[in-house]
Design a binder for this molecule. Structure first.
Ligand SMILES: [Fe+2]
Length: 133
């Protein structure tokens, strides 16, 4: 994938930054798995891990924001929910690419890249102002 983790993306909250870093790597692992010729069920199980970790991270982040009396928590939760819904939808797309290696590879490139872009944009525009603001 195109870029590596950059310290500009740190919120300054240790566990949040570690989790963001792990999510970023997991998105890359998913993208790479799509181009390795693995079957859709293997790729889908990687995406299940991505979704599970995303939910774990968002839940924890929302709790920490609530503890800080963050004013835009509801809006932030809605943004998180939207990404969870998207990841669940991508799981269906993976199975539509079964037995079509090229289609799965291009799905992995677009979705893996999209998820990394989404995370960085979300951190910069929402998480950093929320935790540092
Ligand atoms: Fe967030």
């Amino acid at each position: 994938m195109a870029f590596k983790w950059n310290s500009d993306w740190n919120t300054g909250v240790e566990n949040i930054d570690a989790e963001h870093n792990k999510l970023f790597s997991m998105f890359e692992i998913f993208g790479d798995a799509c181009s390795e010729g693995l079957g859709a069920s293997v790729v889908a199980s990687i995406l299940d891990d991505v979704l599970e970790y995303t939910i774990f991270h968002f839940d924890g982040e929302e709790k920490q924001l609530a503890q800080r009396n963050y004013a835009f928590l509801v809006q932030h939760q809605e943004i998180h929910q939207d990404l969870k819904d998207r990841v669940a939808a991508y799981r269906k797309s993976v199975f539509e690419c079964d037995h079509d290696r090229d289609a799965l590879e291009s799905l992995g490139m677009s979705v893996g890249g999209f998820l990394q872009d989404w995370l960085i944009q979300h951190i910069m525009e929402k998480d950093i102002p929320a935790f540092k603001g």
